[in-house]
Design a protein around this ligand. Sequence first.
Ligand code: FMN
Length: 173
Amino acid sequence: MEKIGLFYGSDTGCTEAVAEMIQEQIGEDIIELLDAYDIEPEDFDKYDKIIIGLSTWHDGQLVSAWDDFYEDFKEVDFTGKTVAIFGLGDQYGYSTYFIDGVGILGDVVLKNGGKLIGYWPTDGFEHDESKAETEDGEYFMGLALDEDNQDEMTEERVTKWVEQIKKEFPIDS
Ligand SMILES: Cc1cc2nc3c(=O)[nH]c(=O)nc-3n(C[C@H](O)[C@H](O)[C@H](O)COP(=O)(O)O)c2cc1C
């Protein structure tokens, strides 16, 4: 079975916990978890299907591990690769920067030739602005999760998104 690389960065463990939930749902034999602190650009060469997980910090900044890797990330060639992104944020505390990191990394994937899947409706969130939004404001460029205010919805959102990306990648199961 073709492996999927799930590259994540997490400061206080919330994104990491979601990464593990996704691994459990799709299968430990399929999903390989990679902490963005420990990755090299060449790690992306190993996978045609990629999941990226991150949180946003400090008014729209990438979580530290992705921030450290960002210059290298901009050089990754995503041609022929399919990428799904999930992001954690706080829609009320950081209402004008909600999950900005998803937009920052998503823009790089698209610019560097990748196909982005896993778009998620903005409906159900009360933020004001986000770099992750599509032009029409109808979707985020990946799954949006808010463990600070809507943690009771995380599992249901993840499960639904996993079903969606399984079809969009596609993943046989
Ligand atoms: C100091 C601070 C700054 C934050 N800045 C943002 C932000 O700009 N945008 C956002 O959506 N969330 C922001 N958050 C919320 C975090 O992204 C959220 O708590 C997330 O679940 C943390 O995930 P992690 O433990 O995987 O790093 C911030 C949280 C803190 C404590």
